[in-house]
Design a protein around this ligand. Sequence first.
Ligand SMILES: *Cc1c(COP(=O)(O)O)cnc(C)c1O
Length: 371
Amino acid sequence: MSERIYYTKPSITDLEVEYATDAAKNGWGDHCYEYISRFENGFKKHLGVKYAIATSSCTGALHMGMAALGIAPGDEVIMADTNWIATASPIVQLGATPVFVDVLPDSWCLDPVRVEAAITPRTKAIVAVHLYGNVCDMDALLKIGLKHGIPVIEDAAEAIGSQYHGKRAGSMGAFGAFSFHGTKTITTGEGGMFVTNDPELYEKVLTLSNHGRARSQSKQFWPDMVGFKYKMSNIQAAIGCAQIERVEDLIQGKRRVFEAYVANLAGLPLTMNPEPEGVINGFWMPSIVVDRSASFDREVLLRELREDGIDGRVFFWPLSSLSMFESKPENINSYAIPEMALNLPSYHDLSSEDVVRVSMHIRKSLTAVAC
Ligand SMILES: *Cc1c(COP(=O)(O)O)cnc(C)c1O
């Protein structure tokens, strides 16, 4: 039996263990925020933004940021139909409605033309999700936002290492949100980050993140509003400090894995995560989308991978196909792509031999009919 190939797993070295151990031993009392501030500062520097607030998850960062932008019952927020639910749930929790628009066939991200067509007087924000490391067409989206006076939020949970014309994903919108869940490019187990260059928005989220207690408030235990509690612990932040010190290596690992897949899958009728002119893709998750003209059964390939101990995963379903939302089959790309697509194992130190082993199954499934 061949060794199991996991879908993702974190890259944890002695450095993470050392910092986490130190936080567990010494990070209390006067020291209880030290790793948190250090992680926030390291992250700000990596991203090139002014403000950062560490959170317990990306979902929490999105929830607070959206609340600070004033998203409330009756509002609409435009986002791509192809997505993880974490982007939609804070919108729903705030009483607003996610408006799902179709994605582009090549980037699997928001189609700006459809975004503009979906704007109504109730539209309060646009969420640009950089899916699988692919970067949204930010020039077009920011232009639309500016024209209509609507903020563009970046959900960059999957886009550590991604850049757009020299700017890091997550640093361009009204605010950005990141995830450090165990499957993401950098991890703290669970965790997230809110980032912005807007001092007012930062102050609002900082207050919201501390149960509504403003830092200017001198009275103890005196919240000025009802807020949230989505904080990251010092021990998680200690792991984050080690990960952010190693971030360039972690990104390089992802790129190496992606490039190995590209080399091994050459000549097959499929496309993978794009990296257009001016964009650097962080390649969080190498995905294949098989050409419509090819004969391909995703379920058969998934089963064959599973039988060989390989973790392949399905592409995100359109959120509008879930029972709690209204179906939108007119989003043809969002509905058609998953049928032909698969996410491939991609942890940072996946060996070249393992990439060959995964690729062999894909090659077999796409050439079986021909021979
Ligand atoms: C992982 C992910 C999230 C959620 O992150 P959590 O830290 O689990 O809340 C949000 N958006 C996208 C696009 C993600 O991939």
